[in-house]
Design a protein around this ligand. Structure first.
Ligand code: TEU
Ligand code: CA
Length: 541
């Protein structure tokens, strides 16, 4: 039985820099989000996860925080934030903040005083290490800048750690004073009326860098339990940890309510279905639907009685779902509806990334000068050093460049897509005249209306909230088919991940259509031909 609001909720992720600009500086902001709350209420989402809006020098677009209790002036003021929380509440929408506590900006006062303050009371908030034989302690590298993750501090003659960029300095969670400072900050936000946290790279906080343990450190679950008890324990609060390293078993460990840690995690198993595990991010493999299904199903069965799943296709770090798992050709909307129906039929809490509801696509660019993403820029440099020419390197960058997800929201076909009145910080995808909210809302058959219906179904239908998941196994590789069962109700969810028609044997049963992406639904079940990208949910009876 669902007991928590987030078990029948759909969360909408906002990347504030790219959602809505209100003051014509080309940068999305909090008043902009407030002005779009009515839109979000009509869509029906229950909560908004805001990527970071805190004070930040923006070395990694806000994932480098210099003050956890202040708003980045580019986005507005604390008063705007308070207004966003209360205006959202009026529309029954909750706010989930991004909690980035694996590292802070090097400009955070904690780090400034750790380095040079006279008392250095925050020195041990960070990870320091002595040189070994006059060199860095080990060969850990920083993914975002290339090169060593250790940086020399001449004054104290020690190294400090930065696993992301050189402006994102790793915190030392072994220090109980640091942990208390984080919990105080979290309670500040909880008292402000937020309803959840999304926790950035939470699997890394218990790192032991000298032993080269970066994820799943031995004290990770101890810290999360302690955090739970000292912050949101007495509330119905949503917590979702980002955990790239997590297996389905790990996901259960985090989310098993008997352990009092997190509500759920983002688990990325299914996102390896078009990549070589351990390979480079730009090495695309043809999508292996079998692998995709197995990964999603493993989470469903592992979290069947305890724990809880998040359901998502994309976020601000990942390629656009329709570009990756569907098609950007004439069947773009059809394939995007298929992705939506087959994902939202699963048990868990769906997360929609801004623009997904209109099928926004990746946005390839021609030159590295057009790229903002700190990670992509570093990898471009490395690719060129390894001998790629500019075109070859750009081709790879376009596969995963995080800007793909970060181009401005496409509201209408006005200049700059209604996002701003001026050239935005990152260019609008040129396809905005065709793909935008206004045109999607105007067409009753559009993807947008499918999302709206899926969100409503999750509110209304206990079978979607609680129903037991069971995979249909003897179906072709390209077909995802499973049932959800709750009391007397059984639903069949079915989707064809290919552009070809495919024949499939479905249960011999009368079926009442719940939702589909072809106007006429599947008709008779039993031996059935699924049309290209066809997907539906039917009630069996
Ligand atoms: O991302 C976690 C992370 O591991 C990323 O390196 C991710 O693998 C990569 O972006 C995929 O291309 C989180 C945030 O979501 C991301 O935006 C931040 O840049 C990162 O942490 C550092 O805070
Ligand atoms: Ca602005």
């Amino acid at each position: 039985m669902t007991q928590h609001w987030w078990q029948h909720a759909t969360v909408y992720q906002i990347y504030p820099r790219s959602f809505q600009d209100s003051n014509g500086d080309g940068i999305g902001d909090l008043p902009g989000i407030i002005s779009r709350l009515d839109y979000l209420a009509v869509l029906g989402v229950d909560a908004l996860w805001l990527s970071p809006v805190y004070q930040s020098p923006n070395a990694d677009n806000g994932y480098d925080i210099s003050d956890y209790q202040a708003i980045n002036p580019e986005y507005g003021t604390m008063a705007d934030m308070t207004r966003l929380i209360s205006e959202a509440a009026k529309r029954n929408i909750k706010i989930v903040m991004d909690l980035v506590v694996n590292h802070t900006s090097d400009e955070h006062p904690w780090f400034v005083s750790a380095r040079q303050g006279s008392d250095r009371s925050t020195r041990d908030y960070y990870v320091w290490a002595d040189p070994v034989d006059g060199h860095v302690p080990n060969d850990l590298t920083s993914g975002f800048i290339g090169g060593s993750a250790w940086q020399w501090d001449a004054e104290s003659e020690q190294y400090f750690l930065h696993l992301f960029s050189e402006k994102q300095i790793d915190l030392n969670w072994q220090n109980p004073k640091l942990r208390q400072a984080i919990y105080r900050m979290m309670n500040f936000w909880i008292d402000k009326g937020i309803s959840g946290f999304r926790m950035d790279v939470i699997d890394m906080i218990a790192k032991e860098p000298l032993n080269k343990v970066l994820v799943n450190g031995p004290r990770l679950h101890e810290y999360l339990h302690e955090m739970n008890r000292q912050t949101w324990a007495d509330r119905d609060f949503l917590t979702v940890g980002e955990a790239w390293s997590a297996s389905p078993q790990d996901a259960l460990r985090y989310s098993d309510e008997r352990h009092q840690e997190l509500s759920m995690i983002f688990q990325f198993g299914h996102l390896w279905a078009d990549r070589r595990i351990g390979g480079d991010k730009w090495e695309e493999h043809p999508l292996d639907v079998e692998q995709l299904k197995n990964a999603l199903y493993a989470c469903q069965t592992t979290m069947a009685t305890h724990g809880w799943n998040s359901l998502f296709w994309n976020n601000h770090d990942l390629p656009r779902a329709v570009s990756r798992f569907g098609t950007t050709g004439p069947q773009r909307e059809l394939s995007a509806k298929m992705l939506a129906i087959t994902l939202h039929g699963l048990k868990g809490t769906p997360f929609i990334y801004q623009g997904e509801e209109i099928g926004m696509t990746n946005c390839p660019v021609n030159s590295i000068d057009q790229v903002d993403d700190v990670e992509a820029r570093t990898i471009y440099r490395q690719l060129r050093q390894r001998g790629d020419d500019a075109d070859a390197a750009m081709q790879k960058i376009n596969v995963f460049n995080r800007d793909n997800a970060r181009t401005p929201m496409q509201w209408n076909d006005d200049p700059y897509a209604g996002f701003s009145t001026t050239q935005p910080w990152l260019s609008v995808n040129p396809n905005y005249r065709e793909i935008n909210v206004a045109s999607a809302q105007a067409r009753r058959q559009s993807l947008w209306w499918v999302y709206k219906k899926l969100i409503a179904l999750r509110h209304q239908e206990p079978v979607l909230q609680n129903g037991k998941f069971e995979a249909l196994t003897s179906v072709p590789a390209s077909v995802m088919a499973y049932t959800r069962t709750w009391k007397q109700t059984q639903w069949l969810v079915c989707g064809n991940y290919s552009a070809q028609a495919v024949s499939v044997k479905l249960p011999q049963s009368k079926a009442t259509l719940v939702i589909s992406n072809y106007p006429d639904g599947p008709g008779q079940l039993g031996q059935t031909v699924l049309r290209p990208y066809e997907a539906f949910i039917v009630a069996l009876n």
